[in-house]
Design a protein around this ligand. Structure first.
Ligand code: PLP
Length: 418
């Protein structure tokens, strides 16, 4: 059973000060998880997690992760500015962009960020943009085809299609890019690949590591380039569904270590530093959207209207994504009702749950929508003139801090020329 990280009594105290809806983050959960990740990879002295800023671009969260030893992975000008404002600099910033603007490379270079090139044409474009080639540079690999993992009776437990993804370079482009970059003065190289998203498998990272480690050994052989870094990127998933098991980060770390010993060490590459760019895994379970039931409606189906909408969390509307819902105070009540839980947008997809078995909900009940810590608040939008909610941080001592206020009507009109 999925349990909220906050109690009903705590939420009642919080809602006395901060009106619903709001996203709430769990400081302790975030810290403990980051510590577990760092411990699982502590066998690799240079290991560093670069949190994927796009997942939760909120300064208090980025600063918290910084204290936990994380860097940041940025993909746009604004994310680079955010990283700078949060005190990140130099190699604590990874810049993994695509379809990049010259001004983005210029700011990444000025901050001393590690630049991760998405395309072979970006070698020349980077040089034209910043006037030189950095000594440390990464290239992103796309192996094409279909990536699968662990076939079971029900099918593949992980399957994604890099061949349809716009990112990265082909195998032969990678060799060419490394040769050109080396000729232009690059000294230390990194490789990166993102092959599958939201994988709930302990095998994903080890499998990806195997692919990248073999590739690194080949590239070193072919080009003579010194490969110092391997970026396993994001993609480790979280159990959105109550019946799913979380991955075990210790098993993941150990699986990657075995590949390292098997492939890199014999290739004379036992100094390679690993990094990750996890977003969902770092924050997803440690945030929730708190909303209040404000209406019920009985027509051809049973509806519960809440005071949040897809402007606060668009994954269910856009992807049909499942987000578990707990009705606070009714955790042990039988789930004998079938509801659609809806927001107020004039779009029928604005539903946090469809045909969901839940306990009887009364107006005024507080609902916790789970796993909104990553790709939650940040994906919000202003359709129908809806204003995005506040973000609150639940500290380890039980106190609560507002880390982003709710939008106001003035914010909505700020860009308008009347
Ligand atoms: C989105 C993204 C990530 C993070 O992905 P998660 O699924 O949240 O782990 C990491 N790296 C890059 C380049 C991304 O675009």
């Amino acid at each position: 059973m999925k349990k909220p990280f906050v109690t009903k009594a705590q939420l009642e105290a919080i809602t006395a000060h901060y009106p619903t809806p709001f996203h709430l983050y769990d400081e302790k959960g975030i810290r403990d998880n980051a510590d577990r990740l760092n411990r699982a990879f502590s066998w690799n002295p240079g290991f560093k997690e670069y949190f994927a800023v796009k997942a939760t671009p909120t300064p208090a969260i980025l600063k918290l992760l910084k204290v936990c030893g994380c860097g940041v992975d940025c993909s746009s000008l604004t994310e680079l500015i955010l990283a700078e404002k949060c005190g990140f600099s130099g190699h604590d910033i990874m810049f993994t962009s695509n379809n990049t603007l010259a001004e983005e490379f210029q700011l990444a270079d000025r901050l001393g960020a590690i630049i991760n090139l998405d395309d072979i044409t970006h070698v020349d474009f980077l040089e034209q943009s910043i006037g030189h080639i950095p000594e440390t540079v990464f290239c992103r690999y796309n192996p094409g085809g279909v990536f699968t993992l662990g076939e079971s009776k029900e099918g593949f437990q992980v399957m994604d299609t890099p061949g349809d993804a716009k990112y990265g370079m082909t195998r032969s482009q990678l060799t060419e890019a490394f040769r050109t970059l080396k000729a232009k003065g690059a000294k230390r190289f990194g490789i990166h690949a993102f092959l599958a998203s939201n994988t709930i498998s302990n095998q994903y990272y080890p499998e990806l590591a195997g692919i990248l480690f073999r590739l690194a050994a080949e590239l070193k052989e072919e080009t003579g380039c010194e490969i110092c870094h391997i970026n396993l990127s994001g993609g480790i998933g979280i159990p959105y569904l109550p019946e799913q098991e979380p991955i075990d980060i210790n098993i993941v770390g150990e699986g990657v270590r075995q590949k390292y010993e098997e492939i890199l060490v014999p290739a004379g590459m036992g100094h390679v530093e690993l990094c990750s760019e996890l977003g969902r895994f770092m924050l997803g379970p440690y945030g929730c959207l708190v909303t209040k039931a404000i209406h019920e409606k009985h027509i051809y189906k049973e509806y519960i209207g809440v005071d949040a909408c897809a402007a606060d969390l668009m994954r269910p509307a856009v992807y049909g994504a499942y987000h578990h819902i707990t009705v606070m105070g009714k955790e042990d009540a039988p789930c004998d009702q079938t509801y659609d839980v809806t927001g107020a947008l004039c779009e029928n997809c604005d539903k946090f749950a469809v045909d969901r078995k839940l306990p009887k909900i009364d107006r005024g009940d507080l609902l916790v929508i789970h796993d909104t810590g990553a790709h939650g608040h940040c994906m919000g939008y202003n359709y129908n003139g809806k204003l995005r909610s506040a973000e609150l941080l639940l500290h380890e001592d039980g106190s609560v801090e507002m880390i982003r206020r709710a939008e106001t009507v003035d914010d909505y009109f700020a860009t308008v020329i009347w």
